[in-house]
Design a protein around this ligand. Structure first.
Ligand code: MN
Length: 253
């Protein structure tokens, strides 16, 4: 059993150490993470410069790149193929629309893209509160996956854990992604050199947070587990688009 551990908060993040601790004893652990905090980098790969891989005193590898870079390099030549990729534990929720921007989810997704089962873990609130309890949840989820014999085919799970001391006692809910409102307005400031500068505003509040969603589960005292897929095709409206645009395609010239 070999487990690849990554994150997007960087190799010094407490959540990475907590996840590595959680996986102790389950097999051979390889830990590889971005050198700097790379939250919000989604699935970006660094293509315009080479990557360097360093090893810290504690054995963690770190890369001057993105979360996807880390897992990509690991899976394409740096390290033996793992049986499972785990990512996190992220500082802050990755629910609803967050999953599209999340480097935590992306690191797991990179494993999934290569056919390796993968799980992303996030704490709902920032600040690393009750991290040990979140670590216990991560351990329990991975143990369950192993014991259920689920590692035979690739999957991608997105787990969000409430910051509670009793997180390990909370029920687990299988959920779908909710939706967020559009993010808050950009914050305009003036740089010391007099130039206008802009800070991307915080994510919007939950908009679609009804029963069955990740937002609902975590707000009601449960661990949220959302199985994800990658196909972004709007299957429901394929026929509509075919009628509206497909029939109008210009003749080949
Ligand atoms: Mn992060």
């Amino acid at each position: 059993m070999r487990i690849l551990i990554a994150n997007d908060d960087g190799y010094l993040a407490p959540g990475l150490a907590a996840l590595a601790q959680a996986m102790q004893g389950l097999g051979t652990l390889d830990i590889i993470a971005p050198e700097q905090n790379a939250s919000g980098t989604s699935n970006a790969l660094t293509l315009n410069r080479p990557l360097s891989v360093y090893t810290a005193a504690n054995g963690y590898r770190y890369v001057n790149g993105t979360p996807s870079d880390c897992v990509h390099v690991a899976l394409t030549g740096l390290l033996p193929r793992p049986d499972l990729v785990v990512s996190g534990i992220n500082q802050g929720a990755n629910m609803g629309d967050d999953t599209l921007y999340s480097g935590t989810v992306a690191a797991a997704m990179e494993g999934f893209l290569f056919g390796v089962p993968a799980i992303a873990f996030s704490q709902v609130d920032k600040g690393w509160g009750d991290l040990a309890a979140a670590s216990a949840v991560a351990r329990a989820v991975v143990e369950r996956v192993i014991h259920q014999g689920l590692l035979g085919r690739a999957f991608l799970l997105n787990v969000n854990i409430p910051n509670r001391g009793d997180a390990a006692q909370l029920p687990w809910r299988i959920t779908r992604l909710g939706r967020r409102h559009a993010s808050e307005p950009v914050v305009r400031q003036t740089s010391p050199r007099g130039e206008p500068i802009y800070w991307i505003g915080p994510a919007g509040d939950a908009r679609e947070a009804g029963p069955g969603t990740d937002f609902h589960a975590t707000a009601h005292g449960a661990v949220s587990i959302t199985p994800l897929q990658i196909d972004l095709t709007d299957h429901q409206h394929l026929g509509d688009w075919s009628g509206a645009l497909g029939a109008l395609a210009p003749e080949p010239r």
